[in-house]
Write a protein that binds this ligand. Structure first.
Ligand code: SF4
Ligand code: SF4
Length: 175
């Protein structure tokens, strides 16, 4: 972990009552920790490419220019980072971003919602608040076509799942 991020985590820990907030609004997770954290979107070290499925409605002729792709409808984040990342952050409007970006650190895995634990927001926001946020996210996800829900859902090896993610016991669909 970079020293700057460690310093920021220490500062947040010491200012408990003025920490950033997180809420699910307009179908996106508005995460006040991201601006100073910026762990996501940049080059990822050591892991397999992280899949970020696009909704059917997001796939256009420009998709290959915009994203590094795993397949025609699945963007990815890998050791190059995300192709849509510019010098001042994401170059895409929120509706153009893969759903995974608007959910993280909530992750749909094997049809259910999980919380990525190694995120400052996950560390500082109480689990009871995450459950409430995750219920709103699930309501939105359940409004998508089942085919999109299934494409957004990822699968990870069990050791990674146990090491990095907490189950929220909110299911979208059965496998
Ligand atoms: S790790 Fe969490 S706080 Fe940091 S950029 Fe990603 S979602 Fe935002
Ligand atoms: S689309 Fe934007 S928000 Fe999503 S990973 Fe790429 S740069 Fe980050």
């Amino acid at each position: 972990m970079k020293k700057a991020l460690l310093d920021q985590l220490t500062e947040w820990a010491g200012t408990r009552f003025s920490q950033p907030t997180v809420r699910f609004v307009d179908n996106y997770l508005d995460n006040g920790f991201c601006a100073q954290c910026r762990l996501c979107c940049g080059p990822q070290i050591g892991d397999a490419p992280y899949p970020m499925a696009l909704l059917e409605s997001q796939v256009t002729a420009k998709t290959p220019e915009t994203f590094y792709l795993l397949d025609a409808r699945t963007a990815c984040l890998d050791e190059r980072g995300c192709k849509a990342l510019g010098p001042k952050g994401c170059t895409l409007s929120r509706p153009e971003r893969p759903p995974a970006c608007g959910l993280f650190p909530l992750v749909v895995m094997d049809g259910a919602l999980y919380l990525y634990r190694i995120c400052p927001a996950s560390l500082f926001i109480p689990m009871v608040t995450w459950l409430s946020i995750a219920q709103k996210a699930r309501d939105w996800l359940l409004g998508l076509p089942l085919a999109d829900q299934k494409r957004i859902s990822i699968h990870l090896p069990n050791d990674l799942l146990l090491e990095r993610y907490s189950p929220l016991y909110l299911r979208l669909f059965s496998e």
